[in-house]
Ligand binder design. Structure first.
Ligand code: TIU
Length: 220
């Protein structure tokens, strides 16, 4: 086991049974003209974590530990997108409509691709998920169980939406979860802080949190 200095207490993980999950570092959320911007958000905050996420990817890739990337993505006919989700937020443009990076949150569109600096490498799993959580309608739990994965390290955006939902889904399925605090971000700094506090309160009710440096020190 490798032990990371984490909050609320040290996080121990077994190499080989631990995967990195990078949530939704796609142009739709991180670049101007995407879905995040269409909802009225300033995307600059999210761009700032790209170097930390790259550093986290480097830790896992250097050791050939499994890496999973997710994208929030719908089928071109939107048959996997509930009408309530399309209507929500009164965004302009909406999910499925055209923006400067193609149709918003639609599989295969330029805006749906992971930012080039964090592009998936051969052999890394890429999950297109129709929901905020990574287990809803993806089959991912069955795949991870078959591979013996028991621990998940989380990064990506946004902290309180897709990252938190995925970490809660993972916790309910029995995974031991660590969130890397400088490799996740929200459009709202207060929501990021509150999310980390909520996930780790009550003795780590959902999981642990630690900065990238703590993980790097633990694996060195
Ligand atoms: N709006 C927002 O904060 N997030 C999302 O819609 N999706 C993800 O977090 N990926």
């Amino acid at each position: 086991m490798i032990t990371v200095a984490a909050h609320p207490y040290p996080y121990a993980f077994p190499p080989g049974r631990t995967a990195l999950v990078v949530i939704d570092m796609q142009r739709d959320f991180v670049e101007p003209g995407g879905f995040g911007a269409a909802l009225g958000n300033d995307v600059a905050r999210l761009q700032a974590i790209i170097p930390a996420v790259a550093g986290l990817l480097a830790v896992f890739r250097a050791r050939n530990w499994p890496v999973i990337h997710t994208r929030e993505a719908h089928l071109p006919d939107l048959s996997d997108c509930p009408p309530a989700k399309i209507a929500r937020g009164n965004a302009s443009p909406r999910i499925g409509q055209h923006g400067p990076m193609g149709r918003l949150l639609v599989r295969g569109e330029p805006g749906n691709q992971i930012v080039p600096a964090l592009a998936p490498m051969d052999g890394e799993r890429v999950i297109d998920k129709p929901g905020k959580g990574m287990f809803w309608a993806t089959g991912l739990h069955e795949a991870l169980r078959a591979e013996g994965i028991s621990h998940l390290v989380f990064a990506g955006v946004t902290t309180e939406v897709c990252v938190q939902t995925s970490m809660r889904e993972a916790n309910d399925r029995g995974y031991e979860c660590l969130l890397i605090t400088d490799a996740t971000e929200s459009y709202f700094p207060q929501f990021k802080a509150a999310t980390i506090e909520m996930l780790t309160a009550q003795g780590g009710i959902v999981g642990w949190a630690a900065p990238l440096a703590a993980l790097e020190a633990a694996v060195a």
